[in-house]
Design a protein around this ligand. Structure first.
Ligand SMILES: Nc1ncnc2c1ncn2[C@@H]1O[C@H](COP(=O)(O)OP(=O)(O)OP(=O)(O)O)[C@@H](O)[C@H]1O
Ligand SMILES: [Mg+2]
Length: 300
C-alpha cells in the first residue's frame, strides 16, 4: 500500500512520543496477554485485523499496543495513520539503539492505544528472539494486551511472532487455499510455540473469517462459514464482511473499528466483545438466504 497523502496527521508534532503515559506507571502490576494475528496465506487481512482489534480493545478500556512483526512490508503504521511520526522502531529497541518510550507511538484518537512500528529491512533475522523476548517482557508490565501483526506463512518474522503467543487469531478467507494454509499454521502453533516447547497450556486458537462476501458464498464461489468451521475446527471469533469501508479506512489511516457505521467496523467490535468473553450473535453471514431464495424461485 502506498502513501496516498490522505493521512490526517500532518499537524502532529514530531516529538509526540509516548513517554509521559508509559513512564507514569499507569500500567504497574499489569501482565499483558500476547495475541498474534497470523495466517498461512498472505494478503488475507491480518494487518487490517490487527489494527481493528487493537483499536477495539482500546475502545473497551484495555491498554493495548499493536506491534509490527513484518520487516518486509511496512504498513501497520500506514493503516494506523502514524507513519510520519515514526522515529525509532522495534528493531532499534531490540538492538538497544532506543528505549521503548522513544519508539512507542500513542494513538491520537484513543489514550489506551499505542503503536510499535517496524522499519523495512533486508535483514530477515532482525527480530532476534532474545531481543524480542526482552522487549515483550517489558511491554507486558505496562499493557493489558500486546497485539502482534505477523507476516504470512512460516518465515522468520512469522515464527518469532507466534512463538511468544498466549492467544492466536488465525485470519482466513473463505477460499480453499487460505483454509488449507491456516490448517498448516494451526499445526505450527501446536508444535513450535513457546507454550508447546515448555509443555504449558496450548496457545488459545481463534478463527477470524475475513472478506466474507455473502453474494459469492451464495453463488458457490466461496466456502461457507460452516465449511470453514468444519475443516479447521477451532472456535469462530467473528466473520468480517467484504466491505469498501476497509479500503476507505486504510486510505485515511483509521483502524476500521473506529468506524461504527461500517459493517466491517461493527463486525470487528463484535469479535472483540467475543474475545472478551461476551456472547454476540453473528451478523453479516445471513443474506445468503435471499440469494438462496433467488436461486430457488429464479427471481432476478
Ligand atoms: N473486510 C475487507 N473488505 C475489503 N477489503 C479488505 C478487507 N480486509 C482486508 N481488505 C483488503 O485486503 C488487502 C490486504 O489486507 P491486509 O494488508 O490487512 O492483509 P495482510 O494479511 O496483512 O497482508 P500481508 O500478508 O501482505 O501482510 C488490503 O488492500 C485491505 O484493504
Ligand atoms: Mg500485513
Amino acid at each position: 500500500m502506498g502513501d496516498n497523502g490522505l493521512h490526517m496527521d500532518l499537524l502532529a508534532p514530531e516529538n509526540d512520543r509516548a513517554e509521559a503515559e508509559v513512564k507514569s506507571g499507569v500500567g504497574e502490576g499489569r501482565l499483558a496477554k500476547v495475541v498474534v494475528i497470523t495466517s498461512g496465506k498472505g494478503g488475507v487481512g491480518k494487518t487490517t485485523s490487527a489494527a481493528a482489534f487493537a483499536a477495539g480493545l482500546a475502545l473497551r478500556g484495555h491498554k493495548t499496543v499493536v506491534i509490527d512483526f513484518d520487516v518486509g512490508l511496512r504498513n501497520l503504521d500506514l493503516v494506523m495513520g502514524c507513519e510520519r511520526r515514526v522515529v525509532f522502531d522495534f528493531i532499534n529497541v531490540i538492538n538497544g539503539d532506543a528505549n521503548l518510550n522513544q519508539a512507542l507511538i500513542k494513538d491520537k484518537r484513543n489514550d489506551n492505544l499505542f503503536i510499535f512500528p517496524t522499519s523495512q529491512t533486508r535483514d530477515k533475522d532482525a527480530l532476534r528472539r532474545e531481543g524480542v523476548a526482552r522487549v515483550l517482557e517489558e511491554l507486558k508490565q505496562q499493557f493489558d494486551y500486546i497485539i502482534c501483526d505477523s507476516p504470512a506463512g512460516i518465515e522468520h518474522g512469522a515464527i518469532t511472532a507466534l512463538y511468544f503467543a498466549d492467544s492466536a487469531i488465525i485470519v482466513t478467507n473463505p477460499e480453499v487455499s487460505s483454509v488449507r494454509d491456516s490448517d498448516r499454521i494451526i499445526g505450527i502453533l501446536a508444535s513450535r510455540s513457546r507454550r508447546a516447547e515448555r509443555n504449558e497450556p496450548p496457545v488459545e486458537l481463534h478463527l477470524l473469517l475475513t472478506r466474507y462476501d455473502t453474494g459469492r458464498v451464495a453463488r458457490g464461489e466461496m466456502l461457507t462459514v460452516d465449511d470453514v468451521k468444519e475443516i479447521l475446527s477451532i472456535p469462530l471469533l467473528g466473520v468480517i464482511p467484504e466491505s469498501e469501508s476497509v479500503l476507505r479506512a486504510s486510505n485515511t489511516g483509521t483502524p476500521v473499528a473506529f468506524d461504527e457505521d461500517s459493517p466491517a467496523g461493527r463486525a470487528y467490535l463484535d469479535a472483540v466483545a467475543r474475545f472478551l468473553g461476551e456472547q454476540r450473535e453473528m451478523r453479516f453471514v445471513q443474506p445468503e438466504r435471499r440469494g438462496f431464495l433467488k436461486v430457488l424461485f429464479g427471481r432476478a
